[in-house]
Design a protein around this ligand. Structure first.
Ligand SMILES: [Zn+2]
Ligand SMILES: [Zn+2]
Length: 222
């Protein structure tokens, strides 16, 4: 069966995201997705909590801050510590039962892996809807994936709910569950699609973030 999934979304379990679990499911359904991967920064518990509390198909994961750059780990059964190099992080992801994705590998301002991508990775995030510069990032990531023989995936890296679904991966999976989906990705039964998030939506995100900061910590008025 065909699964349409956004493989890179941050929720409020990441300090820098505005996406509540309720908004996550609402927008994912609204965009016609069948699944969404929750990949908060160096956190895993939130993803499993959301997966348990909703009937929507959630792929639990996290975005690991390795010393070489960010790595998305999907279907890991335990938290992967931050700060190890890319090669060691990938080994730990596999030991924890998961798959390793080199996310936004050539994007500027994002903690990107650049040349620290190896054949031990399972996939490369060819399209990251919030990568800058977008076209160049897609091109370089595609070349690296072809050179290393890795699967191609896409995700939004959404931190604001309306960004969800701008990029997505279509996966030919035997079943609609996390194990089958991640297995299909490793085997290359997947295709990336998508477009960059509009500037307006990125500005809206910043506006909402500042608004939240002010509401939480109102300036002291004398
Ligand atoms: Zn990242
Ligand atoms: Zn991210």
């Amino acid at each position: 069966m065909q699964i349409k999934a956004d493989l890179h979304v941050h929720t409020t379990y990441s300090k820098d995201s505005l996406i509540t679990p309720k908004d996550l499911v609402y927008y994912a359904k609204n965009r016609g997705l069948n699944a969404v991967a929750v990949t908060d920064h160096d956190q895993l518990a939130g993803a499993y909590k959301i997966a348990k509390e909703t009937d929507f198909l959630i792929i639990p994961g996290m975005e690991v801050t390795s010393s070489d750059g960010h790595i998305v780990a999907l279907n890991v059964k335990e938290l992967i510590p931050r700060g190890f190099n890319a090669a060691e992080t990938v080994t730990r992801i596999h030991k924890a039962g998961g798959i390793a994705i080199a996310c936004h590998p050539y994007a500027s301002f994002k903690g990107s892996l650049k040349e620290n991508i190896y054949a031990t990775f399972d996939a490369i995030e060819i399209i990251n809807a919030r990568a800058f510069p977008f076209k160049k990032s897609v091109k370089k990531a595609t070349q690296t994936a072809e050179r290393l023989g890795l699967s191609l995936v896409a995700g939004t890296d959404a931190h604001y709910a309306p960004q969800i679904g701008y990029s997505y991966t279509v996966i030919e999976s035997e079943e609609a569950n996390v194990e089958a989906i991640t297995k299909a990705i490793v085997e290359g039964h997947c295709q990336p699609f998508g477009q960059p998030v509009s500037i307006t939506l990125n500005l809206m995100q910043e506006f909402q973030r500042i608004k939240r900061m002010i509401t939480k910590n109102p300036p002291h008025l004398t």
